[in-house]
Design a protein around this ligand. Structure first.
Ligand SMILES: Nc1ncnc2c1ncn2[C@@H]1O[C@H](COP(=O)(O)OP(=O)(O)O)[C@@H](O)[C@H]1O
Ligand SMILES: [Mg+2]
Length: 596
């Protein structure tokens, strides 16, 4: 929670000035009935026009001061709370971006969106309200009670007693409502998650004709949000009538007792009028306080949720852990003032690596994986879905950290690199291609903003994307929609391969990146890649097709997180029956015979 409040600090000055202006406004409001008393009792009852005029002008002047106070407070309150909200949103966003894959797996996208929008808006509004009400309402309420007392002590005491009772009732109602608002935000998370999933998966939903099902599912989640909100609203609804009832009772007392006092010539009519106005002010300030309390309660729930994100420490950070292989070298380099290590040669080694997804039950995703890829060499990875291929390569740029064992790049444990340096050295085409809305060129340059035009064109050519890029009217300037809408799956894959090639990292990983390409295009891509990687790029190719990895220096076959077989294409045909079957299936009997 402290982390949330810290974001107010830069705006503290305006945050504190706003209530001062508000206090000026309240003082002006308190003065009005008082001036009115003399206007009525001295001016109106005796027909003294001078007093009426003089007091009238005075009231106008006081009202003008009140207006300045009101405007000033609104301005400063808006500035400080909007500034606070914007900074907080940026802070949360920065945090989300810094989180590792494992941390992100913990929150649903919908929940992060709710926290970034609804929760922060709630905090923003409450901060604004606090500045405007927190000082003004108690000041107005207490001031009105004191003013009443100065007119008549018994009437003032009655007002004070009733106000205290009303305040206790309102506080009790709020206490009951607090947990309901936490629940409302959780329900809102669910609604956002469902909406977000459906919107981004719209095509799948339609393809499977599951719209009716999804509408029903959404309806149920939405209904839950509705019911929770109504329940909270119902609880809160009691606070308004409680305030009115209390105040109407006081008015009754004042009129009854006040009447007696006027008859006994102890009070004037004007004073009774002023007291009823003060009662209205107390009523107003109590309702405002109630309103503020509701919002504080809601903001409390929201602040907790925002703080949760801010307090999540990224599980993968730059700090070097305990001594492991390479630590000595890295520490020595750091001590001698040398620059932190960078990936230059592109050597990759796995030593007895075990990996289990955080919180996942059952067998680990990887077990006892050891392998070595010399700089400039190519490793092919085959294996059924779920065998751990993507998991294995995700350990190289440290999307996740190993559970046991080590991953080394250029002989240094990946944990000893600065994350930015490590990831600059590893270019990965992920299995799920993600493109952003923008032109093709913007997407290509996304990972390499400084690339020259020639470099961009070369990457496009190598990724076999020239033909369709040139076929569009705008060429590289052609616009692609969100998630790459407007491109076919294969085109999307080629753009994302070109994007990775453009980074010219010493290590290139293709995670099933050519799966949507037709056979011929893939063949051309492989040839182009071979000429590219001759410039000493270490390449890892995950594929379903034997042809994609056939020419690799080494091929490993993964099964349930183990390396079931390894060797060159020829060796595997001889030694691995499963590989032989795969070849027979995909290449035909001749290829297998030829391999032997
Ligand atoms: N983020 C994740 N959290 C938990 N389990 C995961 C996650 N990603 C993958 N897995 C599990 O790890 C195993 C290996 O997955 P993966 O490496 O993606 O397989 P492949 O790429 O070979 O198809 C699977 O059983 C999968 O369910
Ligand atoms: Mg995969």
């Amino acid at each position: 929670m402290k982390k949330v409040l810290a974001y107010i600090r830069p705006h503290l000055l305006f945050f504190l000035i706003a209530p001062v202006f508000k206090a000026v406004e309240a003082a002006a409001e308190l003065l009005q009935p008082r001036i009115m008393t003399t206007t009525i009792d001295v001016g109106v009852t005796t027909g003294n026009i001078d007093v009426i005029l003089h007091n009238g002008l005075l009231m106008l002047g006081v009202a003008a001061i009140g207006i300045v106070g009101g405007l000033g407070s609104s301005l400063f309150a808006a500035k400080s709370s909007q500034g606070f909200g914007a900074d907080l949103r940026q802070g949360v966003f920065d945090k989300v971006v810094a989180l590792s894959f494992a941390d992100i797996d913990r929150y649903s996208t919908g929940s992060l969106i709710t926290r970034l929008t609804s929760d922060i808006i709630q905090l923003e509004n409450t901060s604004m309200m606090m500045q405007r009400i927190m000082v003004r309402a108690p000041l107005l309420g207490l001031g009105a009670i004191i003013m009443t007392m100065s007119i008549s002590t018994p009437l003032g005491l009655a007002l004070l007693a009733v106000s205290a009772v009303v305040l206790v009732i309102v506080a009790a109602i709020m206490k009951r409502a607090f947990p309901m608002f936490t629940r409302i935000q959780q329900r809102l998370d669910a609604v956002n998650s469902a909406a977000q999933e459906n919107l981004s998966g719209m095509r799948t939903v339609k393809a499977f004709d599951r719209a009716t099902f999804e509408v029903k599912r959404f309806d149920a989640i939405n209904e839950l949000l509705y019911r929770t909100s109504v329940r909270a609203g119902r609880t809160m609804a009691f606070s308004g009538p409680a305030v009115s009832l209390g105040m109407n009772m006081t008015t009754l007392i004042v009129l009854w007792r006040g009447g007696q006092l006027v008859a006994g010539r102890e009070l004037h009519i004007g004073q009774i009028v002023a007291v009823t106005q003060y009662i209205t002010q107390v009523l107003f300030s109590l309702s405002m306080l109630g309103f503020l309390l509701i919002n504080l309660v809601r903001a409390g729930a929201s602040a907790g949720r925002v703080a949760e994100v801010l307090e999540t420490e990224p599980s993968i950070v730059d700090s070097p852990p305990a001594m492991t292989v390479g630590a000595a070298a890295a520490a020595e380099a750091a001590a001698s003032g040398a620059a932190p290590p960078r990936v230059t040669r592109g050597e990759v080694e796995f030593r007895d690596v075990d990996f289990r997804y955080p919180g996942a039950a059952g067998a680990p995703a990887l077990q006892g994986v050891s392998l070595h890829i010399a700089p400039g060499h190519t490793l092919g990875i085959l294996g059924g879905t779920g065998s751990g291929k993507s998991t294995l390569v995700n350990l190289i740029p440290r999307f996740y950290d190993v559970t046991a064992g080590q991953v080394l790049v250029d002989g240094i444990d990946v944990r000893h690199y600065r994350l930015a340096d490590l990831r600059a050295g590893v270019s990965i085409v992920l299995q799920d291609t993600v493109l952003f809305s923008g032109t093709i060129e913007e997407n290509l340059r996304w990972g390499a903003p400084d690339a020259t035009h020639d470099e961009v064109m070369e990457a496009v050519r190598m990724a076999q994307a020239s033909d369709f890029v040139e076929s569009t009217a705008d060429g590289l300037g052609a616009f692609i929609g969100q998630h790459g809408v407007g491109l076919s799956g294969g085109q999307r894959q080629r753009v994302s391969i070109a994007r990775s090639l453009l980074r010219r990292a010493p290590i290139l990983i293709l995670d099933d990146a050519a799966s949507a390409l037709d056979f011929r295009t893939e063949l051309r891509l492989r040839r182009a890649l071979r000429s590219y990687t001759k410039r000493s790029t270490t390449t890892i190719i995950i594929a379903q097709r034997v042809t994609s990895v056939m020419e690799a220096d080494e091929i490993i076959v993964l099964e349930d997180g183990f390396i079931a077989a390894r060797g060159t294409h020829r060796e595997l045909i001889r030694t691995c029956p499963a590989y032989r079957d795969l070849c027979r299936l995909q290449l035909g009997e001749g290829a297998v015979a030829c391999g032997q």
